[in-house]
Design a binder for this molecule. Structure first.
Ligand SMILES: NC(=O)c1ccc[n+]([C@@H]2O[C@H](COP(=O)([O-])OP(=O)(O)OC[C@H]3O[C@@H](n4cnc5c(N)ncnc54)[C@H](O)[C@@H]3O)[C@@H](O)[C@H]2O)c1
Ligand SMILES: O=C(O)C(=O)C[C@]1(C(=O)O)C=C[C@@H](O)C=C1
Length: 304
């Protein structure tokens, strides 16, 4: 589908893309760049890429598809560096978890004749680095695109064909709407999970390790995502500030309401709230979009 794909940043998402593209025979060659020499060596050693380069500029030369797979806060600097070296007619996409900030940071650097198409696979794990990826990461998952006004429909269709061939379901969304939706379904939950671990850590000092030692499945299920990469999540909150503050404000209001019900011994409020939210959560499971079901967070099932 593409002759030469350049992956900038060689962590979980890039390595999963490399594996999926190879497994489905979708590319000619894959070049890569990562900031650390160790990551570059690992990527080469485990066969993710055909070549690695010390600079992103070198890696993108002659590529017809460039995928920016670095933390959101690093996208602009990389875009400025690669811009003069991009082939005419090339497509540049990204996999960042926030879209408006990436568009603002990358867009201005993109030369005439290059197709910049922002994207976001709604798939991941709490692991990071080149060894963390796997070919099926995108299977039956959504891959959202936030095309710009002047996005070339043919370039978009070609890129969608690639990610669909990797098993993903695609959809388009305006960038600000994307950032609000993701603040609800991904960003704020990560913040709350990190916070819960912080609370447990604080209590650990008081209870001599018992909180961590006896933390049962509720805590473990709830806080899995708090093992995610700190730099990635720092950048998400710095770049999706308004939407996450909005959702966090709403979350805090609900929490205070429940806190009051507990203080007042108001069982009716608690039971009504839990009944309503359980029904919503069960609806997600029935729609086949739960971790307990085979295709959590994944789009409509594809035909076998
Ligand atoms: N992890 C997830 O669940 C997930 C899911 C969807 C999208 N994303 C997005 O994908 C992107 C990559 O995430 P990941 O999970 O693959 O991260 P990762 O930590 O596994 O990999 C990041 C890679 O970027 C490189 N890097 C970091 N800063 C750099 C810089 N300044 N210059 C050059 N290289 C740099 C690192 O060396 C590493 O190779 C992020 O923008 C993230 O928001 C992540
Ligand atoms: O499952 C996880 O570990 C994830 O955190 C994946 C997850 C998510 O929140 O759903 C994280 C960030 C993304 O941008 C997309 C997917």
């Amino acid at each position: 589908m593409y002759q030469k794909v350049a992956l900038i940043g060689l962590g979980l998402i890039a390595s999963s893309m490399a594996r999926a593209m190879r497994e489905h025979g979708l590319v000619g060659t894959i070049t890569g760049h990562a900031r650390s020499a160790e990551t570059r060596e690992t990527a080469l050693e485990i066969g993710l890429v055909d070549s690695v380069h010390d600079t992103a500029a070198e890696a993108v030369k002659g590529a017809d598809l460039v995928v920016l797979c670095v933390p959101v806060g690093a996208m602009g600097v990389i875009a400025a560096e690669i811009a003069p070296h991009l082939a005419s007619g090339a497509t540049v996409t990204d996999v960042g978890s926030v879209k408006r900030a990436v568009i603002d940071a990358v867009g201005p650097h993109m030369p005439e004749g290059v197709h910049f198409i922002p994207g976001h696979p709604l798939a991941g794990t709490e692991q990071s680095g080149p060894r963390a990826g796997f070919a099926t990461l995108f299977t039956n998952r959504w891959w959202l695109f936030t095309p710009l006004e002047n996005t070339d429909p043919e370039a978009l269709a070609r890129l969608k064909s690639l990610v669909e061939a990797m098993g993903a379901n695609t959809d388009d969304m305006p960038p600000d709407h994307h950032d609000l939706v993701l603040a609800v379904v991904s960003h704020t939950p990560h913040l709350i999970a990190y916070t819960m671990v912080g609370v447990a850590d604080h209590l650990r000092r008081v209870t001599h390790e018992e909180v961590i030692k006896y933390s049962a499945t509720g805590f473990r299920d709830f806080t899995r995502i708090a093992a995610s990469d700190p730099v990635m999540w720092r950048d998400v909150f710095l770049t999706n500030k308004e939407a996450t503050l909005d959702i966090l404000g709403r979350f805090t209001e609900e929490l205070f309401m429940l806190q009051r019900a507990i203080r007042m011994g108001d069982g009716e409020v608690l039971e009504d709230y839990f009944s309503r939210t359980r029904a919503i959560r069960r609806g997600i499971i029935e729609a086949g979009q739960d971790t307990d079901a085979p295709d959590f967070g994944r789009g409509p099932k594809k035909d076998a």
